[in-house]
Design a binder for this molecule. Structure first.
Ligand code: FAD
Length: 613
């Protein structure tokens, strides 16, 4: 293999393999040790769990905490809240399961040293809104990672997992393969159960940030859709992949607005200094009916009013900060909010002469992202908890996908919005407990991997290095070659297709069946070209595999968007040919299954059961 001919193959045996050491992965690793004292628990991570995943930079609030010890909220309340925000469609069994356990996770974070803000009068955690509590969270991730590190038999950092391994005979997972992004070594993990916690997907739609700022996105730029692609490749069913999310954020830095609305009590205005949301009430009611009367107003519908006001030519939409920032305490909180979580927004304001005490900063709507833990619920279709999931949602162990022994948590699992950092960690714990039970009950019945399978994958994984080595000779300068495609070229092509055909920013989030069909054709052409990817070094090899994963996730999003013939979430995306919400036909989940042998996608509907009144 030319350049990297000296690489080793490293074999790792595990009882439980956790892929991705973010919030869900750390929760899973920690909990697996609790129930499986003598098991080999291995966590494998593309970066370094110390500072990996969406929480890498720190957070200022934990967005999912019931406060049951003080009677603040009950799990049922959270299910109602998430259901309302997702326009009626959530897996209530899974959401309830997280909500009833999430407080325990948060108390552990505090025990492990996470500084929590407390209300000086009541002594309770300082609330930012009904569900959020405020933290000094710059070190949130290292604190959580320490617990996982101490629980794991081994943590393998800097390994990009590219494929899952399957049992020779059954629909059963048997491990995973990947490569070390620093040494190039090939890793073969054989495992009895696998938990995927590999985060969401940014950079599948063209971002608003362009040129040298392109790497700046709201969701973590390194979230490359592995959480979806890995299970999709082996035929696991996915759900609600059309439910991409669009965020209202401070312009150019994607700074969060939650603390501003909830804690600083700031509000928005159009370019003329007018309140505008109420103006769009009748219009929105025509599209979605009574959902517009729900409280709180669903996130997508608030985006909708923003977008319509912009289209009407009355932008920019601004956050009114001038009043709140006169109070020195609030001013400090406003700046600290960014410094603990999104430093770039503070830098953008400084560079653009925006002092929020004197100027109301602009807001914008982001490009769409795919994820399962925020105000959206894309991901794998998972079996529910045995005490409260309807029979149709139970085919095995809690959080097991439709592939035996394959579990998931956090952004990976679909149907459960609003779990955020604490809920993702909690879901990791839930999945790990079930995975330990699975491993114990299987006993000596272990999955078998053929050497042929992982040796074939090895060839495919490293081929881009060879493509580059050979093809590079055909050009003397520049980056455009007749023989290979660089990952950045492929990424930009993917983003353009998704943007223009599947409802991104340049079409104001509107698509229709004709656009989606054409988008699928173009995605298929990109897929054909993927065997010609060229990677200059190991970093570019990682970028290549991230692109493979993003592409598969994008295909899934496009098929789901085509299948759901209604506009369920105006403000996230619009089906121009079916502009209204249609509860009669589409109050259901959408499910897909990919056949890796034929490349075909099978779509179906699944019922939504309301188990909470
Ligand atoms: C900008 C932003 C602000 C947020 N604000 C808040 C907030 O204020 N409060 C709150 O509670 N929550 C917040 N969240 C949500 C929270 O961060 C997520 O819900 C949570 O991190 C999801 O957990 P996860 O484990 O699924 O994904 P992540 O935490 O992102 O972890 C995924 C892990 O998988 C690894 N990985 C990915 N692909 C591979 C691969 N192929 N091989 C190996 N490893 C891989 C990644 O490196 C990463 O470590 C925010 C998220 C973002 C992006």
């Amino acid at each position: 293999m030319g350049l990297f001919g000296g690489r080793k193959t490293v074999f790792v045996e595990a009882d439980i393999l956790v892929i991705g050491g973010g919030m869900a992965g750390c929760g899973a690793t920690y909990e697996a040790r609790h129930w499986g004292r003598n098991l080999k628990i291995v966590c494998v991570e593309k970066a370094n769990i110390e500072r990996s995943g969406a929480v890498a930079q720190g957070l200022y609030a934990i967005n999912c905490y019931m406060g049951m010890q003080w009677g603040e909220n009950q799990p049922e309340d959270h299910v109602r809240y998430a259901r309302n925000d997702l326009m009626g469609l959530v897996r209530e069994d899974l959401g309830y399961d997280i909500a009833r356990h999430v407080d325990g996770s948060v108390h552990q974070f505090e025990e492990w040293g996470l500084p929590m803000m407390r209300d000086p009068k009541t002594g309770r955690y300082q609330r930012e809104g009904k569900w959020q509590i405020m933290i000094h969270g710059e070190s949130y991730k290292p604190i959580v990672a320490e617990a996982a590190r101490k629980a794991a038999t081994a943590v393998y950092n800097r390994i990009m997992v590219t494929h899952l391994l399957m049992d020779n005979k059954a629909n059963r997972v048997a491990g995973a393969v990947g490569f070390n992004v620093r040494t190039g070594d090939f890793h073969v993990f054989r495992a009895k159960a696998v938990i995927v916690g590999a985060g969401g997907a940014s950079h599948i739609f063209k971002p608003r940030a362009v040129g040298e700022g392109m790497g700046r996105t709201w969701y973590a730029p390194w979230s490359s859709g592995s959480a979806y692609a890995l299970p999709i490749q082996v035929g696991a069913k996915m759900t609600q992949m059309e439910n991409r999310i669009v965020l209202t954020r401070f312009k150019d830095g994607y700074g969060p607005v939650g603390a501003y609305f909830l804690h600083l009590k700031t509000y928005t205005q159009n370019g003329y200094g007018e309140e505008y949301e109420s103006k769009w009430y009748n219009h929105t009611k025509e599209l979605v009916g009574d959902y517009i009367d729900h409280h709180p107003v669903p996130t997508c519908l608030r985006n909708h009013a923003f977008l319509e006001e912009m289209k009407a030519g009355r932008g920019p939409i601004r956050m009114v900060t001038k009043e709140a920032f006169q109070d020195p305490h609030k001013e400090t909180v406003g700046w600290e909010n960014f410094l603990g979580m999104t430093i770039a927004q503070a830098v953008v304001w400084a560079s653009q002469n925006i002092d929020p005490k004197h100027i109301n900063p602009e807001l914008t709507t982001s490009e769409p992202y795919v994820m399962g833990s925020h105000a959206t619920c894309s991901g794998a279709w998972a079996s529910g908890p045995e005490d409260c999931a309807p029979a149709e949602y139970q085919w095995g162990y809690n959080r097991m996908m439709t592939v035996d022994g394959l579990f998931g948590a956090g952004d990976t699992i679909g149907g459960t919005a609003h779990k955020f950092s604490s809920g993702s960690f909690t879901e990791g714990r839930i999945a790990a407990k079930a995975a330990v039970k699975y491993v114990m009950e299987k006993g000596r019945d272990q999955p078998q991997v053929s050497e042929q399978e992982y040796r074939d994958l090895e060839k495919v994984i490293y081929q881009p290095l060879e493509n580059y080595r050979v093809g590079r000779n055909e050009i003397v300068a520049g980056t455009v070659s007749p023989s290979y495609l660089l990952p950045i070229h492929g990424l930009q092509r993917l983003e353009k297709i998704m943007d223009e055909y599947v409802g991104g920013i340049s079409s104001n989030y509107v698509t229709n069946s004709m656009l989606l069909e054409r988008g699928l054709e173009l995605l298929a052409m990109l897929k054909e070209d993927m065997s010609h990817m060229g990677a200059e070094d190991l970093h570019q090899l990682m970028r290549t595999w991230e692109l493979h994963h993003r592409l598969l996730a994008s295909e899934s999003v496009t098929h789901h968007t085509l299948f759901r013939k209604e506009t369920r979430w105006p403000g996230y995306y619009y089906r121009g040919d079916h502009m209204k919400l249609d509860d009669e036909n589409w109050h259901c989940f959408t499910l897909s299954r990919y056949d890796r042998h034929t490349g075909e996608w099978a779509m179906e509907k699944a019922p939504v059961y309301h188990i909470i009144d």
